[in-house]
Ligand binder design. Structure first.
Ligand SMILES: Cc1cc2nc3c(=O)[nH]c(=O)nc-3n(C[C@H](O)[C@H](O)[C@H](O)COP(=O)(O)O)c2cc1C
Length: 156
């Protein structure tokens, strides 16, 4: 069994991270997102060093993490491949004061200033300080075993 298969057993949420760099919007599906610190508020995610959008995310200075809702599987798939303009086409969204795209329908969003880049093997870990955030009621999209899903129930 490959390490990738073992790693895929870890259930995560799904996000689309966006940024604006050199006059263009960039976005990619990401499940490596995690929260880090409350005071100050900080979050992280990791990007493959070979990704086409690597330069945009490491040099634009800010990015916005859209936490996808359970009905946004199509959005997750669209932002995982293809030309950047195609990913944003027909996508209801708005632009923030920092020039990043906020997707409509997400359960939460975090706009961040890129605070630190940590090199880790074939990925860079991007640590961001949260500049703004918001959320709405709703269940998040989940991902495990390379499949999307929805939690059947929340138990406490
Ligand atoms: C569910 C899911 C989660 C993903 N998570 C990440 C991630 O955390 N980091 C990453 O670099 N790529 C991740 N990817 C792959 C990127 O979305 C994909 O490689 C990227 O959009 C390719 O475009 P680019 O090379 O033009 O940037 C994920 C893909 C999917 C479907």
């Amino acid at each position: 069994m490959s390490i990738k298969v073992a790693m895929s057993r870890f259930t995560t949420g799904v996000t689309v991270v966006t940024t604006h760099f050199e006059g263009q919007d960039w976005g990619m599906t990401c499940n490596s997102f995690n929260t880090v610190s409350l005071e100050p508020a900080m979050v992280l995610w990791s990007i493959r060093k070979e990704a086409n959008s690597h330069q945009a995310f490491t040099q634009s200075g800010s990015y916005l993490v859209n936490v996808l809702q359970s009905d946004q599987k199509d959005t997750a798939l669209r932002f995982a491949s293809g030309p950047q303009p195609q990913r944003f086409a027909e996508q209801a969204s708005e632009r923030t004061a920092h020039n990043n795209i906020k997707l409509h329908g997400s359960v939460a969003w975090f706009e961040c200033r890129l605070a630190q880049v940590v090199s880790a093997g074939d990925h860079d870990i991007l640590i961001g300080e949260v500049l703004g955030y918001g959320s709405q009621d709703g269940a998040g999209l989940v991902y495990a075993n390379r499949h999307f899903g929805v939690l059947a129930a929340f138990e406490s």
